[in-house]
Each structure stands twice: as C-alpha cells, then as structure tokens.
Design a protein around this ligand. Structure first.
Ligand code: ATP
Ligand code: MG
Length: 486
C-alpha cells in the first residue's frame, strides 16, 4: 500500500480532529495496533487506538471537549481514556515503557518513546504506527517489520517471545486467536515459546481468557484455534474436559475416533450454519461426557454410554469456573449437550409421533439449534453414510413440522390450569393437582389426546375419577374457555 493509499485509509473523522489538536498543542500522535493492522489487511475495524507522546488522558479530554462528548472513561491506573465517536470506540494512551519484574505480575510503567510503546505490544503486526501529525500524516513506523510478517501471514512477537509471554501470558492465547481469526501461522520461535510457557496461562484471569476464546470460537474456522490450543498445551490448563477428548485408543482391533478432532470439526460445521456464540460453545462441549464414560468390552469394543447425560451434568461447573454467564446461556448449552443424541435416535423409519412430540417438548424453542448441532455432529468420512444421515434428518424435520403444526408442543402451555382442576373437584392445592396436570401432559405427548381444552378437560375428569375425586359441577367447562388454545 502506498502512502497515498494509507492517507486515504486513515480517513475516519476522529483522525482529523486529533491531527488538528496535536498540531496546535505541539504533540506527536499515532494510530497504532489492531486498527493499523486491519487497514493493511482491508478488514473493517471498530476500535481505534491512538498513542501520544505525552498524556493520553489529557489529549482524550481535550478531544472530547472539542467534540462535545460528555461520556469519557478514564482509567488512571493504566494511563488510558476511552470515548465513543460516531461508530467507533477510541482509546487514547500515552506512549509508555513497561518493565516486568519476576516477583510481580504488574509491570512498572514509565513514560516512554514510540518505540518503547511498540516493544510492549504483543505481535509485530499489532505494533505498527501511522503518524497523525500533519507533516508526516500516514507515515508508517514499523521497527519490527510487521508489514513483512503481515505479507507472510506470520505472528511473531516484537521482542524475545519467552519474555513477551512470560510478562503477560494472555498473549499466548491472543496468538492463537489471531491465527484462527486471520488464518495466520505462528512463527516457530513464537510457537515454541508458547509451548514452553503454556502453564503460565494459569496466572491470567478466566475473564480475559474467555474474551479471547469467544473470538476463537467466532472465527471463520475455529478448529484452527482449538487445535493450536490443544497442541501447545494451553487448552488443558483451563478446559481440561475438552483437552482430554484428544487421542485414539486401540485394543484388539477396536479403535475409537479422536474425539477432540471430531469436536473441533463439529464446531467448524456449526459455524458454517450459524453465528451464534453459544451454539458454538454447545458444539465444543457436546462430547465432554465421553472420557468419563469410556468403556471397553470384547463384544462391543469402545462405548461411551450415557455420555450425553454425564456431559450435561458437567456444564454448570465449567461455566462457573470459567466465569461464563450462569444464566439462560448456560442452561441452553446444558440442554443441547443433554439432547444431542436424541434426534439421531429418531431417524428410524418407524419412529413414533410420540417420540417426536417428546423431543419437541424437551427442546422447546431451541429445537432448531439442536437439529443444527446434530447435523454438524456428522463428521464421518464416508460420503454415503453422511448423505443417508442428512436425508434421515430431513425426514425428521418434516415430521417435526407436521406434528408441531398439529399439536403445538414446542412452547407447551398446559391446556388446563391447576386452578381449573381445583375448582372442578373442589380440592386444595396438593399432590392430586400435580398428578392430574402431569397425566394430562403425558397423555398429550403420547398422543392419547390432542392438545386442546376440551379433550384435556374430559381426560381430567377420567383421571380424577381414578383418584377417587368427584367433580362438584361442570361450570368451568363453559366458563373457562379463555384457557382453550383453539
Ligand atoms: P481486535 O480486532 O480484537 O480489536 P486488536 O489487535 O485491536 O484486535 P485489542 O485488544 O483491541 O486487539 O488491542 C489493541 C492493541 O493493543 C493490539 O493491537 C496490541 O497492539 C495491543 N495489545 C492488546 N492486548 C495486548 C496484550 N495483552 N499485550 C500486548 N499488547 C496488547
Ligand atoms: Mg482492537
């Protein structure tokens, strides 16, 4: 890219404002980091980093004042300030020198030169700076040959990688993240240093690690990052449940597949069909019940019976440990792990409607995602087998659609409320109400009755009778039509 092109690329309006301001104040400022890298890669970028020889906070405050921006976040401890302008997040920082001491994870920070600031950055491709001062506008400062590494699609640290990774071990995960996001290779020395320092990732908070892992999962081909994490030894430090899927065991002619490589492929497959982060998490965790359930028998070879059940039970603990959200996101992942074998059990020709109803009931509104996961789970190399499975799933989907249209099971609402049961038999809340409600639900799922008020009402009377209850009157039959779903 020529300087002229670069000038054109540095065209976000914020640069003009900063340029005018540093000129007036006799300061020197640069665009630096990911934004500059992405200009060269022709990638869109939503955050801009500006480094100034002097105080980043002061410059940010003055820029905010000029643009009449009230909302500015100042991080005194880090010497940075952030504001939003138009569609981007802009971070200002004073050029600094960082030195780490072996007895502390916190670096000693001093004011520094541009080159000091570039040295403390993670990769050469993230250490390039473009001048914002008028006279040299768009001029590149690239002391570590980031541009060359960009052309060779290689990740390298500006300084000795041992030092860089030991100083801040998160950078190892970032290397893997960029390799996966940008489809870059990791330079040999850099790679070896990750292997040597992988254990040190332990000192980094799980929140920071997860930010990068999310980006790996959302990258175009997540298996690139997952495989790097496994091979370097990083994965087992924070997600041993997935790392231990790695490996193939052979006994008496029986061999099972490498469940880690299979998992990585399933995440890729899901990624081709959906952008949902948590669906990708479900794919990553779907087989974690396999190592603890693995058995060998001379008759069957390797089995993993119950790995769906055991796997889903492991999900909450993993989420808690990794500081992932313990809310409906976790429940969604747990549900998909729990149900991931169910649609496969439905591909038989003679599958009953009731089995499909039960799956619709259990999966609820996530049934579509579950079907995607199951289709992604087919990683056989045997094309004929794959085609047969895909066809079978198509049939299951069709049946699901027909049954759902008829019986509306997905977001099941009981057609008879507890209140109606209590009024009909003049009983207090208690065991019998629950028994009747459950019996109605089961009868609907089994297809004994349809999912509507009248059939459910009749069934309720029968069930009540079995329990020795007598209806006091039939008033509710007419009066309560508001509960009818028809
Ligand atoms: P993204 O596309 O995710 O924004 P990025 O490279 O811009 O990627 P940021 O987290 O926004 O990543 O960081 C901006 C810049 O700050 C990086 O390009 C890099 O120069 C520097 N940086 C960020 N984190 C680290 C770190 N842990 N160690 C060293 N430098 C870092
Ligand atoms: Mg960035």
């Amino acid at each position: 890219m020529s300087y002229l092109d670069m000038k054109k690329s540095l065209n976000h309006p914020i640069f003009q404002v900063v340029s005018d301001m540093v000129e007036a104040d006799d300061l020197t400022a640069f665009a630096i980091g990911g934004y500059v890298r992405d200009i060269f890669l022709g990638r869109p970028s939503k955050d801009i980093d500006i480094v100034v020889l002097g105080s980043g906070i002061e410059l940010a405050k003055r820029v905010a004042h000029k643009l009449n921006i009230k909302d500015i976040a100042v991080y005194k401890n880090f010497g940075t300030a952030m504001l939003h302008y138009k569609d981007v997040e802009v971070e200002f920082v004073g050029a600094r020198r960082e030195s780490y001491r072996s007895d502390s994870r916190k670096p000693v920070v001093e004011n520094g030169t541009l080159e000091d600031d570039q040295k403390r950055r993670d990769f050469t491709i993230n250490a390039m700076a473009l001048c914002l001062n008028k006279k040299h506008y768009g001029e590149l400062t690239d002391p570590f040959n980031g541009l060359k590494d960009l052309k060779n699609r290689t990740l390298r640290t500006p300084l000795d990688p041992q030092q860089t990774f030991s100083d801040d071990p998160l950078r190892m995960i970032r290397a893997v993240r960029f390799a996966s996001q940008l489809n870059f290779r990791i330079g040999d020395k850099t790679y070896q240093a990750i292997v040597a320092n992988a254990k040190r990732i332990q000192i980094v908070s799980n929140e920071r690690i997860m930010d990068e892992v999310h980006k790996i999962l959302l990258s175009p081909k997540p298996s690139v990052g997952l495989i790097h994490m496994e091979k370097t030894g990083l994965l087992k430090e924070f997600l041993p449940e997935v790392a231990s899927l790695k490996g193939v065991e052979v006994r008496e002619d029986f061999k099972h597949k490498d469940n880690f490589l299979h998992t990585a492929k399933v995440v890729d497959n899901v990624g081709k069909m959906s952008d949902k982060l948590w669906l990708r998490w479900a794919a990553l965790l779907h087989d974690i019940g396999k190592p603890p359930t693995k058995r060998f028998s001379k008759e069957q070879g390797w089995t993993f019976h119950g790995h769906d059940y055991v796997g889903q039970k492991m999900v909450p603990e993993i989420f808690r440990r990794l500081r992932l959200p313990m809310n409906e996101k976790m429940k969604y992942v747990r549900k998909l792990v729990a149900l991931h074998l169910r649609p496969i059990a439905l591909v038989d020709e003679e599958v009953t409607d009731s089995a499909i109803r039960r799956l619709l009931f259990d999966a609820g509104s996530d049934v579509e995602d579950l079907m995607l996961l199951c289709e992604a789970d087919i990683t056989s190399k045997n094309d004929k087998k794959v085609r047969r499975y895909i066809n079978n799933f198509r049939r299951v989907r069709k049946k699901m659609k027909e049954i759902e249209e008829k019986d509306r099971i997905r977001n099941f609402q009981p057609p008879i409320k507890g209140e109606t049961i209590m009024n009909t038999f003049n009983i207090q809340p208690g065991k019998n109400v629950g028994i009747i409600k459950n019996a109605i639900k089961e009868a609907i799922l089994d297809g004994k009755i349809s999912n509507n008020y009248n059939e459910a009402y009749g069934f309720m009377l029968e069930k009540g009778k079995e329990l020795g209850l007598t209806p006091v009157n039939n008033r509710d039959r007419q009066a309560d039509t508001s509960e009818s779903q028809e």
